[in-house]
Ligand binder design. Structure first.
Ligand code: TMP
Length: 224
């Protein structure tokens, strides 16, 4: 059986992940793969309730961190692990790097506590105590906080994170950069500050290079 593939997508709000995630889902389906498209916080009925709280209700950074990790545990056990066991391609819009970037970087919350929660939550039965579940690849949409803020200016009513000032997003971006530096093999940094077709070409190249998609798959959202 083809082994499952776990890919997460990260970046500050306004980085433009959505179209490309959809494009990758189509590209993998075109290869006959079954795709599980999901997101964090969320992806299960329980985790979506927790998402509504995290995005809507005022709370301290520890509460926020516990809620996103609680949502992640439910999501991992009931959606991500079963999908990987079936051999699906799991495309997950945000995962734990977002917690290190937003709660750690943005909110300034203790990184050691986050690392402890990461070890607890991602030690799923499927990992048999050998390691913790991590994405096979994390596609990081990197762009300046100022550019992202300009893109979000006309967006829908902002949630608790989108409403933050540019300085918050600079700290979030620094949080992502630190995670990418610590685990360079897991991260693919994409320059998201360029036209959509070029962003897509950069992403497609990462997947082709790993042998996960054939070269012509680099049609995609640019064609829409
Ligand atoms: P989204 O708008 O990309 O769906 O993400 C929801 C928001 O939640 C986004 O602003 C980032 C934030 N978030 C955290 O603060 N911590 C986390 O662990 C995750 C997954 C998301």
């Amino acid at each position: 059986m083809t082994p499952g593939l776990f890919i997460s997508f990260e970046g500050i709000d306004g980085a433009g992940k959505s179209t490309h995630i959809a494009g990758l889902a189509e590209a993998f389906k075109g290869q006959g793969r079954t795709v599980t498209l999901t997101r964090e916080p969320g992806g299960t009925p329980l985790a979506e309730k927790l998402r509504a709280m995290v995005l809507g209700d005022a709370m301290d950074p520890l509460t926020e961190s516990l809620l996103v990790f609680a949502a992640r545990r439910d999501h991992l056990l009931t959606v991500i692990e079963p999908a990987l066991a079936r051999g699906d391609v799991v495309l997950c819009d945000r995962f734990t790097d977002a917690t290190f970037a937003y709660q750690g970087g943005g909110r300034g919350f203790d990184l050691q506590t986050l690392a402890t929660l990461e070890r607890w939550v991602q030690a799923t039965p499927a990992m048999r105590g050998e390691s913790i579940r991590q994405p096979d690849l994390t596609v990081w949409f990197d762009l300046p906080a100022e550019t992202a803020a300009a893109r979000l200016a006309d967006a829908r009513a902002p949630d608790r994170f989108e409403a933050q000032p540019v300085a918050f997003f600079r700290a979030v971006a620094a949080g992502y950069a630190a995670r990418a530096e610590a685990e360079p093999r897991r991260f693919a940094r994409i320059n998201a500050d360029q036209p959509r077709e070029r962003v897509w070409a950069a992403i497609a190249a990462e997947f082709v290079q790993r042998g996960w998609l054939p070269a012509p798959a680099a049609s995609g959202p640019s064609a829409t």
